[in-house]
Design a protein around this ligand. Sequence first.
Ligand code: SAM
Length: 252
Amino acid sequence: MFYLDFLAETHRRLKPSAYLEIGVDVGHSLALADCPSIGVDPDFRIEAELDQRVALFRTLSDEYFDRPDPLAPTGGIPFELSFIDGLHLFEFALRDLIVAERHSAARGVVILDDVLPRTVDESSRERHTVAWTGDVFRVVEALSRYRPELVLLPLDTSPTGLLMVLGLDPTSTVLVDHYDEIMAELRRPDPQEVPVEILDRTSVISPERLLQAGVLEALSELPSQSTHAEVSEVIPQLVAARLGPGFVASAA
Ligand SMILES: C[S@@+](CC[C@H](N)C(=O)[O-])C[C@H]1O[C@@H](n2cnc3c(N)ncnc32)[C@H](O)[C@@H]1O
């Protein structure tokens, strides 16, 4: 399934009250939003028709989230869906995930693009290919090691895979507290050593299976004010029951 088709289904089934997109470009993915939304990109060139409730910011994601009230454009509604597709370098993608989670509802969903490079060349930090994932795939390992309570669902979408992150904790400071350590441990110079399981897509979920399992509809039925403690009781069991225990660390 093409990533935009999966994102369209995600919007339709989750019905988020607020949406964040980091990395907008011409607006193909942002055009799927049907709620108060924030799009951040220093170099967007909109060609798609956007909902009137979309607020666009021509700036870097780090700068946008330095402002005192990043949720002002949504009227204070925390993000229930975020799509991270900005600069394809490990440290940028990790920081984007940190700020997205901080301003999300606990029942919210964060989706990262480009976690499944198809070749080592495509995963280089120094871009030299047309299609480029950079080393964003390293975010998956960072989250598995430092945030094992999160539910991580790698999705076999074309062209370069998505990672769906559930069970968010907007109060967590673990990734910020360990940021330097994570970079020292996991960031590597080119050429990248991409695990063969990533190149072969051996531990991924088919997007069709995730959609058929009704996980997004079940998330949309959780109370919007649910706390992290409440969702962390429900989401791992929900995912294990519908997709099997393999994607939930606490059930493994
Ligand atoms: C792959 S494109 C986004 C495509 C879009 N999400 C879609 O699917 O149609 C990546 C975008 O990220 C933007 N970008 C690069 N660095 C960024 C940063 N630090 N913060 C936000 N956006 C960034 C680029 O300007 C580019 O438009």
